[in-house]
Write a protein that binds this ligand. Structure first.
Ligand code: SF4
Ligand code: SF4
Length: 284
Protein backbone atom coordinates (compact mmCIF):
# COMPACT_ATOMS: atom_id res chain seq x y z
CA UNK A 1 0.00 0.00 0.00
CA UNK A 2 1.30 3.44 -0.89
CA UNK A 3 -0.08 6.66 0.58
CA UNK A 4 0.58 10.10 -0.88
CA UNK A 5 -0.75 13.38 0.50
CA UNK A 6 -2.47 15.27 -2.29
CA UNK A 7 -3.82 18.17 -0.24
CA UNK A 8 -3.20 19.11 3.38
CA UNK A 9 -4.04 22.24 5.34
CA UNK A 10 -5.60 23.03 8.71
CA UNK A 11 -9.09 22.28 7.42
CA UNK A 12 -8.75 19.25 5.17
CA UNK A 13 -6.58 16.39 4.09
CA UNK A 14 -6.71 14.34 0.90
CA UNK A 15 -4.77 11.09 0.66
CA UNK A 16 -4.13 9.09 -2.48
CA UNK A 17 -4.17 5.45 -1.41
CA UNK A 18 -2.68 3.07 -3.93
CA UNK A 19 -3.22 -0.58 -3.10
CA UNK A 20 -5.51 0.10 -0.12
CA UNK A 21 -8.71 -1.96 -0.26
CA UNK A 22 -11.85 0.15 -0.55
CA UNK A 23 -13.51 -1.39 2.57
CA UNK A 24 -10.50 -0.40 4.71
CA UNK A 25 -10.63 3.23 3.57
CA UNK A 26 -14.39 3.24 3.95
CA UNK A 27 -14.06 1.97 7.53
CA UNK A 28 -11.63 4.81 8.33
CA UNK A 29 -14.03 7.26 6.68
CA UNK A 30 -16.96 6.03 8.76
CA UNK A 31 -14.92 6.00 11.97
CA UNK A 32 -13.86 9.60 11.30
CA UNK A 33 -17.53 10.59 11.30
CA UNK A 34 -18.82 8.44 14.12
CA UNK A 35 -16.13 7.11 16.44
CA UNK A 36 -13.55 9.82 17.11
CA UNK A 37 -14.46 11.54 20.41
CA UNK A 38 -14.48 15.33 20.74
CA UNK A 39 -16.05 17.95 23.01
CA UNK A 40 -19.38 19.64 22.28
CA UNK A 41 -21.78 21.73 24.34
CA UNK A 42 -24.40 19.36 25.72
CA UNK A 43 -26.20 21.20 28.52
CA UNK A 44 -27.38 24.80 28.47
CA UNK A 45 -28.80 26.36 31.62
CA UNK A 46 -30.88 29.37 30.66
CA UNK A 47 -30.61 31.93 33.44
CA UNK A 48 -31.94 34.81 31.34
CA UNK A 49 -33.13 34.77 27.74
CA UNK A 50 -35.16 37.79 26.67
CA UNK A 51 -34.08 37.41 23.02
CA UNK A 52 -36.58 36.52 20.30
CA UNK A 53 -35.02 33.06 20.00
CA UNK A 54 -36.62 30.13 21.83
CA UNK A 55 -34.49 28.48 24.53
CA UNK A 56 -34.40 25.18 22.62
CA UNK A 57 -33.17 26.80 19.38
CA UNK A 58 -30.53 28.72 21.29
CA UNK A 59 -29.32 25.52 22.97
CA UNK A 60 -29.28 23.68 19.64
CA UNK A 61 -27.23 26.41 17.97
CA UNK A 62 -24.72 26.35 20.83
CA UNK A 63 -24.46 22.56 20.62
CA UNK A 64 -23.41 22.79 16.97
CA UNK A 65 -20.51 25.20 17.66
CA UNK A 66 -17.31 23.15 17.09
CA UNK A 67 -14.98 23.21 20.11
CA UNK A 68 -11.21 22.85 19.80
CA UNK A 69 -10.39 19.42 21.23
CA UNK A 70 -6.90 18.93 19.77
CA UNK A 71 -4.95 20.16 22.82
CA UNK A 72 -6.91 17.83 25.12
CA UNK A 73 -6.43 14.70 23.04
CA UNK A 74 -4.80 12.64 25.82
CA UNK A 75 -7.63 13.55 28.18
CA UNK A 76 -10.21 12.77 25.51
CA UNK A 77 -8.79 9.37 24.72
CA UNK A 78 -8.62 8.40 28.41
CA UNK A 79 -12.41 8.69 28.78
CA UNK A 80 -14.91 6.05 27.71
CA UNK A 81 -17.49 8.04 25.66
CA UNK A 82 -20.05 5.27 26.27
CA UNK A 83 -20.07 6.17 29.99
CA UNK A 84 -20.33 9.89 29.23
CA UNK A 85 -23.19 9.25 26.78
CA UNK A 86 -25.35 7.86 29.61
CA UNK A 87 -24.56 10.80 31.87
CA UNK A 88 -27.08 13.30 30.49
CA UNK A 89 -30.02 10.91 30.57
CA UNK A 90 -29.29 8.74 33.59
CA UNK A 91 -29.45 9.49 37.31
CA UNK A 92 -26.47 7.15 37.77
CA UNK A 93 -23.63 9.59 37.29
CA UNK A 94 -20.13 8.36 36.46
CA UNK A 95 -17.37 8.76 39.06
CA UNK A 96 -16.12 12.27 39.85
CA UNK A 97 -12.77 11.34 38.34
CA UNK A 98 -14.39 10.72 34.95
CA UNK A 99 -16.63 13.80 35.19
CA UNK A 100 -13.67 16.04 35.96
CA UNK A 101 -11.99 14.93 32.75
CA UNK A 102 -15.18 15.06 30.73
CA UNK A 103 -17.09 18.22 31.65
CA UNK A 104 -16.01 21.75 30.84
CA UNK A 105 -17.95 24.76 32.11
CA UNK A 106 -18.55 27.79 29.94
CA UNK A 107 -20.64 30.93 30.18
CA UNK A 108 -22.25 33.16 27.59
CA UNK A 109 -23.48 36.57 28.64
CA UNK A 110 -24.49 39.42 26.37
CA UNK A 111 -26.76 42.43 26.45
CA UNK A 112 -27.92 44.98 23.89
CA UNK A 113 -28.26 48.52 25.25
CA UNK A 114 -29.30 51.05 22.62
CA UNK A 115 -28.48 49.19 19.42
CA UNK A 116 -28.75 45.67 18.01
CA UNK A 117 -26.02 43.23 19.07
CA UNK A 118 -25.00 40.01 17.33
CA UNK A 119 -23.71 37.42 19.78
CA UNK A 120 -20.94 35.27 18.30
CA UNK A 121 -19.28 32.02 19.34
CA UNK A 122 -16.28 34.15 20.32
CA UNK A 123 -18.36 35.56 23.20
CA UNK A 124 -18.40 32.14 24.89
CA UNK A 125 -16.03 32.14 27.87
CA UNK A 126 -14.58 28.73 28.72
CA UNK A 127 -12.99 27.78 32.04
CA UNK A 128 -10.54 25.57 30.09
CA UNK A 129 -8.28 27.61 27.78
CA UNK A 130 -7.71 24.55 25.59
CA UNK A 131 -11.39 23.74 25.01
CA UNK A 132 -13.13 26.68 23.39
CA UNK A 133 -14.96 27.51 20.13
CA UNK A 134 -12.86 26.65 17.10
CA UNK A 135 -14.08 29.80 15.34
CA UNK A 136 -15.01 33.13 16.91
CA UNK A 137 -17.29 34.32 14.13
CA UNK A 138 -20.22 31.88 14.26
CA UNK A 139 -23.40 33.94 14.87
CA UNK A 140 -25.48 32.58 17.76
CA UNK A 141 -28.30 35.11 18.23
CA UNK A 142 -29.15 38.74 17.47
CA UNK A 143 -30.26 40.81 20.46
CA UNK A 144 -32.56 43.80 19.95
CA UNK A 145 -32.09 46.87 22.21
CA UNK A 146 -32.94 45.96 25.81
CA UNK A 147 -32.61 42.18 25.28
CA UNK A 148 -30.20 40.02 27.26
CA UNK A 149 -28.95 36.46 27.55
CA UNK A 150 -27.14 34.84 30.45
CA UNK A 151 -26.33 31.17 29.98
CA UNK A 152 -24.28 28.51 31.69
CA UNK A 153 -22.95 25.87 29.33
CA UNK A 154 -21.48 22.44 29.92
CA UNK A 155 -19.45 20.75 27.22
CA UNK A 156 -18.79 17.04 27.39
CA UNK A 157 -17.05 14.28 25.48
CA UNK A 158 -19.08 12.39 22.90
CA UNK A 159 -18.94 10.74 19.51
CA UNK A 160 -20.67 11.31 16.19
CA UNK A 161 -22.68 8.10 16.52
CA UNK A 162 -24.51 9.77 19.43
CA UNK A 163 -25.12 13.12 17.69
CA UNK A 164 -23.63 14.93 14.68
CA UNK A 165 -22.35 17.73 16.94
CA UNK A 166 -19.68 15.31 18.20
CA UNK A 167 -18.50 14.45 14.70
CA UNK A 168 -15.06 15.97 14.05
CA UNK A 169 -15.50 15.60 10.26
CA UNK A 170 -17.79 17.78 8.21
CA UNK A 171 -17.01 15.84 5.06
CA UNK A 172 -15.55 12.35 4.81
CA UNK A 173 -15.48 10.70 1.42
CA UNK A 174 -13.70 7.93 -0.46
CA UNK A 175 -13.68 8.05 -4.23
CA UNK A 176 -12.13 5.90 -6.91
CA UNK A 177 -9.24 7.00 -9.09
CA UNK A 178 -10.33 5.96 -12.59
CA UNK A 179 -8.22 4.79 -15.48
CA UNK A 180 -9.21 6.64 -18.66
CA UNK A 181 -8.15 5.07 -21.93
CA UNK A 182 -8.60 6.50 -25.43
CA UNK A 183 -8.47 4.19 -28.42
CA UNK A 184 -6.44 6.18 -30.94
CA UNK A 185 -7.53 3.93 -33.80
CA UNK A 186 -11.16 5.01 -33.24
CA UNK A 187 -10.71 8.63 -32.10
CA UNK A 188 -11.23 11.26 -34.84
CA UNK A 189 -10.08 14.13 -32.57
CA UNK A 190 -13.49 15.82 -32.66
CA UNK A 191 -12.87 17.20 -29.14
CA UNK A 192 -16.42 16.63 -27.86
CA UNK A 193 -15.19 14.73 -24.79
CA UNK A 194 -12.88 17.66 -23.94
CA UNK A 195 -15.72 20.18 -24.20
CA UNK A 196 -18.15 18.28 -21.98
CA UNK A 197 -15.71 17.45 -19.16
CA UNK A 198 -16.77 19.65 -16.20
CA UNK A 199 -13.42 19.17 -14.46
CA UNK A 200 -11.18 19.89 -17.48
CA UNK A 201 -9.46 16.54 -17.05
CA UNK A 202 -8.99 16.09 -20.80
CA UNK A 203 -7.21 18.27 -23.34
CA UNK A 204 -6.00 18.09 -26.91
CA UNK A 205 -2.34 17.19 -27.20
CA UNK A 206 -0.26 16.51 -30.26
CA UNK A 207 -2.91 14.81 -32.40
CA UNK A 208 -4.31 12.94 -29.42
CA UNK A 209 -6.60 13.44 -26.46
CA UNK A 210 -4.55 13.52 -23.26
CA UNK A 211 -5.54 13.04 -19.62
CA UNK A 212 -4.23 15.99 -17.59
CA UNK A 213 -5.25 15.47 -13.99
CA UNK A 214 -6.84 12.12 -13.32
CA UNK A 215 -7.38 12.94 -9.61
CA UNK A 216 -9.91 15.63 -10.54
CA UNK A 217 -12.09 13.17 -12.45
CA UNK A 218 -15.45 12.61 -10.74
CA UNK A 219 -16.32 9.64 -13.00
CA UNK A 220 -19.40 11.45 -14.29
CA UNK A 221 -18.86 9.62 -17.63
CA UNK A 222 -19.98 12.63 -19.68
CA UNK A 223 -16.92 12.11 -21.88
CA UNK A 224 -17.93 8.50 -22.56
CA UNK A 225 -21.54 9.44 -23.37
CA UNK A 226 -20.42 12.24 -25.72
CA UNK A 227 -18.21 9.98 -27.83
CA UNK A 228 -20.34 8.46 -30.59
CA UNK A 229 -17.32 6.44 -31.81
CA UNK A 230 -16.93 4.76 -28.39
CA UNK A 231 -13.24 5.62 -28.42
CA UNK A 232 -13.04 6.61 -24.76
CA UNK A 233 -13.40 4.21 -21.89
CA UNK A 234 -13.24 4.47 -18.09
CA UNK A 235 -12.13 1.58 -15.92
CA UNK A 236 -12.32 1.49 -12.14
CA UNK A 237 -9.58 -0.08 -10.03
CA UNK A 238 -11.08 -0.90 -6.60
CA UNK A 239 -7.65 -0.57 -4.98
CA UNK A 240 -6.85 2.98 -6.14
CA UNK A 241 -8.79 5.51 -4.12
CA UNK A 242 -8.75 8.97 -2.61
CA UNK A 243 -9.70 9.55 1.04
CA UNK A 244 -10.78 13.10 1.81
CA UNK A 245 -11.51 14.37 5.32
CA UNK A 246 -12.66 17.92 6.09
CA UNK A 247 -12.49 18.91 9.75
CA UNK A 248 -15.17 20.83 11.64
CA UNK A 249 -12.31 22.65 13.38
CA UNK A 250 -12.33 20.55 16.55
CA UNK A 251 -9.37 18.37 15.52
CA UNK A 252 -6.68 18.68 12.88
CA UNK A 253 -7.63 16.63 9.79
CA UNK A 254 -4.52 14.45 10.10
CA UNK A 255 -5.43 13.75 13.74
CA UNK A 256 -8.90 12.61 12.68
CA UNK A 257 -7.39 10.12 10.20
CA UNK A 258 -4.84 8.88 12.76
CA UNK A 259 -7.33 8.43 15.62
CA UNK A 260 -9.87 6.76 13.30
CA UNK A 261 -7.23 4.23 12.21
CA UNK A 262 -6.12 3.67 15.82
CA UNK A 263 -9.66 3.02 17.07
CA UNK A 264 -10.29 0.65 14.17
CA UNK A 265 -7.03 -1.17 14.87
CA UNK A 266 -7.88 -1.53 18.58
CA UNK A 267 -11.26 -3.01 17.75
CA UNK A 268 -9.72 -5.43 15.25
CA UNK A 269 -7.16 -6.45 17.88
CA UNK A 270 -9.96 -7.17 20.34
CA UNK A 271 -11.65 -9.43 17.78
CA UNK A 272 -8.35 -11.09 16.95
CA UNK A 273 -7.57 -11.79 20.64
CA UNK A 274 -11.08 -13.10 21.24
CA UNK A 275 -10.83 -15.52 18.32
CA UNK A 276 -7.38 -16.63 19.50
CA UNK A 277 -8.66 -17.31 23.04
CA UNK A 278 -11.70 -19.11 21.70
CA UNK A 279 -9.49 -21.27 19.45
CA UNK A 280 -7.25 -22.19 22.42
CA UNK A 281 -10.38 -23.21 24.35
CA UNK A 282 -11.62 -25.39 21.47
CA UNK A 283 -8.19 -27.03 21.00
CA UNK A 284 -8.09 -28.00 24.70
S1 SF4 B 1 -15.25 12.41 -28.32
FE1 SF4 B 1 -14.37 10.42 -28.91
S2 SF4 B 1 -13.73 10.74 -31.00
FE2 SF4 B 1 -14.03 12.79 -30.16
S3 SF4 B 1 -12.01 13.40 -29.34
FE3 SF4 B 1 -13.10 12.41 -27.67
S4 SF4 B 1 -12.47 10.27 -27.74
FE4 SF4 B 1 -11.94 11.18 -29.72
S1 SF4 C 1 -15.68 11.11 -16.33
FE1 SF4 C 1 -16.41 13.23 -16.20
S2 SF4 C 1 -14.83 14.28 -14.99
FE2 SF4 C 1 -13.94 12.35 -15.69
S3 SF4 C 1 -12.88 12.85 -17.57
FE3 SF4 C 1 -14.93 12.16 -18.17
S4 SF4 C 1 -16.17 14.01 -18.26
FE4 SF4 C 1 -14.29 14.53 -17.16
Amino acid sequence: MELVIREWNREQIELIADGAPLPLLNAIRRYSLAKVPIYAIDEVMIIVNTSAMFDEILAHRLGMVPLISEESLDRLMSIDPDICAKCSESTEKPSTEICEKCYVHMILEAEADNSEVTVYSGNIKSEDPYIKPAYDNIPIVILAPGQRISLELRARVGRGLEHAKWSPSNVAIVRHIPNISIDKSLCNLCGKCIDVCPKKVLSMGNKEVVVNNIYECTICRQCVYSCSLKAINILIDENRNILRIESSGSLKPETIVRISAEILLNELNTISKFVEQWKIGVDK
